[in-house]
Design a protein around this ligand. Structure first.
Ligand SMILES: [Ca+2]
Ligand SMILES: [Ca+2]
Ligand SMILES: [Ca+2]
Ligand SMILES: [Ca+2]
Length: 255
């Protein structure tokens, strides 16, 4: 038979793990959709979007003067047309920005984002990431390796061995309703931790006569909220109070 102390210890472990796990189970995933024109980001360089009580703060660029978000039903793009020397092909996409006279890359559309609560980034959804021009999105955050998201077809061609980036390579999933999605990420982050998402392509690997990349869009970011450490501390405090009460509770023997 377990002693009272063993039962209390078991209770502490069980309740604390419950405190940690319950928000992940009951709260589920919060999906920020950018396949809409109603996030209030259009023509703005910064903004906030709230989903299930989680607020995401976003900033377009600002790699180039005047970088701003553009919202379309097909996804979110960045318009970087404030610099007359750099050509941004699509206002509705993330693009490589090219020198107007030499067509050489001089930068790329990017955005930063963060959340007001700690969580885990579980899914990213893009559109228009193709294999032939080696298009990718690069996700960066302090302390983590760079993460490069390439088209799923890249994974099934001999060309995949040519990818020469320094960081983690993730191939997006496609099939049925899933298009250019990464569905099984598990990237933990703290409240306020900044992520940077940049479009790019490996120009030097694109064979001659193959199309050059034409930009791509962001369609969604999905996260799971995790409890603040204070939540678990509160749970432990409740257990400690319960344990104290049990110590002073005498069980009468059964006769
Ligand atoms: Ca653009
Ligand atoms: Ca594209
Ligand atoms: Ca694709
Ligand atoms: Ca998609």
């Amino acid at each position: 038979m377990r002693s009272c102390h063993q039962l209390i210890s078991l209770g502490v472990i069980s309740v604390c793990s419950l405190v940690i796990q319950v928000p992940q189970i009951s709260a589920g995933q919060s999906a920020f959709s950018f396949r809409t024109t109603t996030n209030g980001l259009n023509f703005r360089s910064t903004g906030q979007v709230t989903e299930d009580g989680i607020t995401m703060s976003l900033s377009a660029g600002p790699g180039f003067a005047g970088a701003r978000f553009r919202e379309f039903n097909s996804g979110l793009g960045i318009e970087s047309r404030g610099d007359p020397t750099a050509f941004d092909e699509g206002v509705d996409k993330f693009d490589v920005l090219r020198d107007v006279s030499t067509s050489q890359p001089v930068g790329a559309d990017f955005m930063t984002f963060s959340f007001d609560t700690p969580g885990v980034l579980t899914e990213l959804d893009f559109d228009g990431v193709k294999d032939e021009p080696y298009e990718y999105f690069l996700l960066q955050t302090a302390g983590d390796p760079d993460r490069y998201f390439f088209d799923s077809f890249e994974n099934s061609t001999a060309d995949s061995g040519l990818i020469d980036v320094s960081g983690e390579v993730i191939f997006l999933q496609e099939g049925g309703p899933v298009d250019d999605k990464s569905l099984s990420l598990g990237i933990p982050y703290a409240a306020g931790q900044k992520f940077m998402l940049t479009y790019g392509q490996l120009d030097h690997l694109v064979p001659q006569n193959d199309p050059i990349g034409n930009g791509a869009r962001l369609q969604g970011i999905t996260v799971i909220r995790v409890p603040e450490p204070a939540t678990c501390i509160l749970g432990l405090a409740l257990i400690a109070a319960l344990a104290f009460a049990l110590r002073n509770y005498k069980v009468e023997p059964v006769v």
